[in-house]
Design a protein around this ligand. Structure first.
Ligand code: ZN
Length: 279
């Protein structure tokens, strides 16, 4: 099952069609309400027909207003190595402040500095919970979606010790979508292929099976400390190939387009523009 939003309202998506959940079922239009009651929603979604569906156009983020957004640094060995670090013993968790979350097809104003790309698979929490055992972790997840952990490296690395969250939270720096896909519908929820292309050139590719801390492990470890709430997002880390570790380094420039694809989910597309004078 695939779900997303149009104008902030939850929709089911199938074969290019979108069905407004609140207009056709006994649910709220608010993704956070429905994700809290996800099992009932899945049961209804399996039975419903798509009479009254409209073309799935102008999809927004599957969760426009998550309460918590977790992100994980250095979760792939080659990326840890290119960044000059040993693979961590514990997940390195930071946040992307929720105001940076946007939809799948966007224009992003580049801030000054060194703006960079990081394709990531993003877990969307359904029922959630506190102290979730790893072998029950997938039950807490509603679906997976495609994301970019866009990062401005000057702000990200400013200070000693550096702190990540602000440099990763400029407006538009957390695009996700186009839909979230329930794990049962994915080819292999633990091993999805993905890639991102900058103006057509493949700059990153990998598989989620290469994670140091797989998705179920992240859910267990994060929920051991923070209760996971319906609609929370976990950006699960990026593989090698980011711009600031290239020789020479390469950063996002106005006019470029970044397309990020995860097999079985879809693609998101960001076009970058220069800040207008006075922005
Ligand atoms: Zn990242």
């Amino acid at each position: 099952m695939r779900f997303g939003t149009i104008d902030g309202r939850l929709v089911l998506v199938r074969d290019g069609l979108a069905l407004d959940v609140a207009r056709h079922g006994p649910f709220s239009s608010d993704p956070l309400d429905v994700l809290a009651n996800f099992a009932a929603f899945v049961t209804w979604a399996r039975e419903t027909d798509y009479a009254g569906a409209v073309p799935a156009e102008k999809l927004g983020p599957p969760v426009p207003n998550p309460r918590q957004v977790f992100a994980v640094a250095l979760n792939y060995r080659p990326h840890a190595a290119e960044a000059g670090f040993q693979p961590p013993d514990e997940p390195l968790v930071f946040t992307k402040f929720p105001s940076c979350i946007t939809g799948p097809d966007t224009e992003v104003t580049l801030p000054p500095g060194k703006p960079d790309w990081e394709i990531e698979v993003v877990a969307v929490i359904g029922r959630g919970g506190y102290r979730i055992a790893r072998d029950r972790a997938w039950d807490a997840i509603a679906g997976l979606t495609v994301g970019q952990d866009l990062s401005e490296r000057v702000v990200q690395s400013r200070g000693a010790p550096a702190q990540f969250s602000l440099g990763k939270s400029f407006p538009g720096f957390g695009p996700i979508g186009p839909v979230a896909v329930t794990p049962d519908e994915l080819p292999d929820r633990d091993d999805l292929a993905f890639e991102c292309r900058l103006d057509g050139e493949v700059v990153q590719h990998g598989r989620t099976g290469q994670m140091i801390f797989p998705i179920d492990d992240l859910v267990a470890r994060i929920s051991a400390i923070c209760p996971l709430l319906p609609g929370d997002l976990i950006f699960t880390g990026t593989p090698a190939g980011v711009g600031n570790r290239r020789t020479p380094p390469r950063y996002l420039r106005p006019g470029e387009t970044l397309v990020s694809t995860v097999d079985g989910i879809g693609e998101i597309r960001q076009r970058f523009v220069q800040a207008a004078l006075g922005d």
